[in-house]
Design a protein around this ligand. Structure first.
Ligand code: NAI
Ligand code: MG
Length: 345
């Protein structure tokens, strides 16, 4: 029996987890669910944002489902800690438009591949303080941005592997090597080294690179051009929210964090404090993350059926949470998808 760790977290994270689990439990899958804790609420009770136990449960599971956490407390972010501990080096964030959703663009379909273990999210920060008139005053704070050749090559290799697997026509490296010559210089060089290797086995993939600032514009002026974007941690985080905005918002944007041995699946969004507690969060980002988890667990048939059920429900527009312009509740949306799924299977 496959073990699935579930970490709801805070705010809408818990709400979409509950909705997502009703979908999973309606399928004929022999999974054992183990609940684990992380986040602000857990911190209020225990003084820890992520206990060792949660990391252990995630490591011993076939896959981990994560809702979202509020990150006001604690030195280190629980989700970034989990990604590091599980060594899920690739963060995959598909950007896809849906029929029936009023969005800035239709017919978009590309994938952001974000390096997940280093960059500016290495969480190496320091403060330099000086005593001035009985008080300490911060005079300098430093964050270390780690970029290694090994991790850069690994993520670029993964991006090309995905391009072939998903028949994507273009792979774009996003960086800022004109300013960050040493760190992003390594990333860009790793990209072109790997591109050269792949050109020997597949000459059909167009390869290019853009600076991150220009990319922020191209995502709005010519998003149809993108096939796969491969980039470092912080840039990937920022442009994936921007890209979500092109196709209907964070309520529809799933993600997978994958490594050689582990998989961690979560919506792109956070704990949504502005809408938490009202049961109006859109559960689709979580439900599509579950579909990605099923692909990872070699249950692609169910992953495909979930994606189809989501597409069908969005197309009819009968059920829509407030982010999609309606007034349905989280569970109305989950139930509609569950019923559609029943028809399909
Ligand atoms: P957020 O992603 O929670 O919210 C941004 C916007 O998206 C808000 O307008 C929110 O209402 C909307 N939104 C989020 N999820 C939605 C859903 N399922 N359906 C419909 N609309 C949805 O980001 P924000 O407000 O910047 O951060 C809130 C908290 O979440 C912070 O404490 C932040 O640190 C944390 N966070 C946690 C993440 C994680 O656990 N992986 C990721 C991003 C933020
Ligand atoms: Mg983010």
């Amino acid at each position: 029996m496959k073990k699935i760790a579930t970490i709801g977290g805070d705010g809408v994270g818990k709400e979409v987890m509950e909705a997502g689990l009703t979908i999973l439990e309606s399928l004929d899958l022999n999974f054992d669910y183990i609940e684990a804790h992380a986040g602000d609420e857990y911190f209020q009770k225990t003084g820890l944002t992520i206990p060792e136990e949660t990391v252990k449960i995630a490591k011993n599971s076939s896959a981990t489902l994560f809702g979202a956490i509020t990150s006001t407390h604690g030195e280190k972010s629980p989700i970034i800690t989990l990604r590091k501990e599980l060594d899920v080096f690739a963060n995959l964030r598909p950007v896809k438009s849906f029929e029936g959703v009023n969005s800035l663009f239709q017919n978009l379909d590309f994938l952001i591949v974000r390096e997940n273990t280093e960059g500016l999210y290495s969480q190496i920060e320091s403060l330099e303080e000086k005593k001035e008139k009985e008080k300490f005053k911060t005079i300098k704070s430093i964050a270390t941005r780690v970029i290694t050749k090994r991790a850069s090559e690994k993520i670029c290799n993964y991006a090309f592997k995905k391009a072939i697997e998903e028949d994507r026509k273009r792979v774009t490296c996003v960086h800022k090597a004109n300013v960050l010559k040493k760190t992003d210089g390594i990333f860009k060089e790793a990209f072109y080294n790997i591109a050269k290797d792949y050109s020997k086995i597949n000459q059909n993939i167009v390869v290019n690179d853009y600076y991150i600032d220009a990319t922020a514009m191209y995502l709005i002026t010519k998003p149809q051009e993108f096939g796969i974007i491969v980039t470092s941690n912080l840039y990937g985080d920022i442009i994936s929210d921007e890209a979500a905005g092109l196709v209907g918002g964070l309520g529809l944007s799933p993600s997978a964090n994958v490594g050689d041995n582990n998989g961690l699946f979560e919506p792109v969004h956070g704990s949504g404090p502005d809408i938490a507690g009202q049961n109006i969060a859109n559960p689709i980002a979580m439900i599509l993350s579950i579909a990605m988890m099923l692909d990872f667990l070699k249950e692609k048939y169910y992953g495909d059926q979930i994606r189809l059920a989501v597409e069908n429900v969005l197309k009819t527009k009968k059920v829509a949470t407030p982010d999609l312009g309606g007034n349905s509740k989280t569970m109305d949306m989950a139930d509609a998808i569950k019923n559609e799924l029943k028809q399909l299977i």
